[in-house]
Design a protein around this ligand. Structure first.
Ligand SMILES: Cc1cc2nc3c(=O)[nH]c(=O)nc-3n(C[C@H](O)[C@H](O)[C@H](O)COP(=O)(O)OP(=O)(O)OC[C@H]3O[C@@H](n4cnc5c(N)ncnc54)[C@H](O)[C@@H]3O)c2cc1C
Length: 425
């Protein structure tokens, strides 16, 4: 098929779907996004998100220069590193992005509000994103033409259909039944804590540089991450116009992870009562540093939540067709490496680049899709495995001898890193 006349239908206007849409727009490819949310503002977008060098590269690839500048100017503070601590708040390992060598202006770690990122990703796509359209099913004709049906009775014709509809993807269920996500048995409990009453001064200094993972000897872990907007965020985001709200109040994310049984919950029957959850949290943090324990009391009951951690199993290669998938729709992963969204962005940028090759007549549409899928399966399922391993390392039952040895190893590596930083000035 010649490039000029193909139409890409993207189901799902999340991170991956919108990244793809931006890339297709740059390449001059006809596309439409169908999103079930009623509007761009109808659902809270959640907390800040860690964008790593691969997510940054993907965004740089698909965003026009003015949008890229707004993205880089509005990324929050506190994203220069990552620290591992004991439950007594002693540093075990402190990694800094600068340790990896010269900082690349594009491929950096950033901490950005999901609200701000969405605002950037939606910019310029107003005519192509259709809200309040919930995908129902699709049909493929013998000539390979697709008809996509929505719950409201409407339908649209497509040459390529992209499942970007997240972890519970309906497109995936029809296209690759059996590739559903799986429960890990681990849950995260926590919420957002406003930075008030001098909280910032009470936090470990390392929190100002990036997220902290607290690793106690028991089978759980605590993730802490500060988010604070940069001062000029409003003035940059207002350049985009539109009605999306701004995230302007700084906060701390607090998330305690462990297997449901560890917290005394029956798997599959997670409690929702905030005080019950707080009680389980206090029990799990018995004997921890008082400043860490005090944080659990600061979470507003309305902000308290518990979420089951899910992952996916590697899906063996399938025969490529005009239907394809990206992001959580095909490779959901635990949040323990903070890369699920980055991989979704990478998918979006890669698929856009592949389709641009087809548009330029350098390959067929099917070859473009197959090329994307072969690469995506390789890096994405490696990330799934890595994220699962990180979750198990953080929340598994810690060996009475090996865990103290691992702590000693981390402290030794840390001493070397500190020495190198001092030497480098
Ligand atoms: C607690 C937590 C913290 C995380 N932190 C990070 C982090 O710091 N860094 C990182 O990289 N990743 C992080 N992730 C993972 C990241 O959020 C996901 O991997 C990412 O959102 C996946 O993007 P996506 O576009 O595939 O799906 P989504 O962002 O879920 O978007 C899917 C979209 O499809 C829409 N949709 C669904 N069904 C339909 C339908 N039937 N019809 C039409 N539209 C539909 C949805 O409304 C949604 O807008 C975290 C995840 C969790 C749970």
């Amino acid at each position: 098929m010649s490039g000029e006349d193909f139409h890409v239908v993207i189901v799902g206007g999340g991170l991956g779907g919108l990244c793809l849409a931006q890339g297709l727009k740059q390449a001059g490819i006809r596309f439409s996004v169908y999103e079930r949310d009623r509007s761009a503002t109808s659902r809270p977008q959640g907390y800040r998100i860690h964008i790593d060098p691969q997510g940054s590269r993907a965004l740089h690839q698909v965003l026009p220069e003015p949008l890229w500048r707004i993205f880089t100017a509005t990324g929050g503070q506190f994203s220069q590193g990552f620290t591992v601590m004991t439950e007594g708040m002693q540093e075990l390992l402190s990694l800094r992005a600068a340790d990896a060598g010269k900082m690349d202006p594009v491929a950096q770690h950033r901490s950005i509000s999901r609200v701000h990122l969405r605002r950037v990703l939606l910019a310029g796509l107003e005519d192509a994103v259709h809200f309040d359209r919930r995908f129902l099913r699709y049909e493929e004709s013998s000539e390979g033409k697709l008809t996509v049906f929505f719950e409201d009775g409407s339908r649209v014709e497509a040459d390529v259909l992209v499942a970007a509809d997240g972890i519970h993807s309906r497109v995936r269920r029809q296209y690759l039944p059996g590739a559903d996500p799986v429960e890990t048995g681990v849950v995260g409990i926590g919420g957002r804590i406003p930075l008030e009453d001098g909280l910032l001064q009470r936090l470990p200094q390392q929190a100002l540089e990036g997220p902290i993972m607290v690793l106690p000897p028991t089978a759980c872990s605590l993730f802490l991450a500060l988010w604070k907007p940069v001062a000029e965020a409003r003035q940059h985001l207002e350049l985009l116009g539109g009605e999306l709200p701004l995230d302007e109040e700084p906060y701390l994310i607090f998330s305690l992870g462990g297997r449901a049984e560890f917290f005394g919950f029956a798997p599959g029957e997670l409690p929702t009562d905030a005080e019950l959850l707080r009680g389980a949290m206090r029990e799990a943090m018995r004997g921890w540093h008082p400043e860490l324990r005090a944080l659990a009391d600061r979470i507003d009951p309305a902000e308290f939540g518990v979420f089951p951690v899910r992952t996916s199993r590697p899906v063996p290669a399938w025969k490529s067709s005009p239907v394809t998938l990206l992001g959580d729709a095909i490779h959901s992963m635990t949040p323990y490496r903070g890369i699920g969204g980055n991989i979704a962005l990478k998918d979006g940028a890669l698929l856009a680049a592949q389709l641009a090759e087809a548009r330029a007549g350098r390959c067929t549409l099917l070859e473009a899709v197959a090329g994307y899928e072969a690469q995506m399966r390789r890096y994405a399922f490696a990330a799934v495995a890595d994220s699962r391993k990180a979750m198990e390392g953080a929340n598994g039952r810690k060996h009475p001898v090996l865990f103290p040895m691992a702590r000693v190893a981390m402290r030794s590596a840390n001493a070397v890193l500190h020495w190198r930083r001092r030497k480098a000035g």
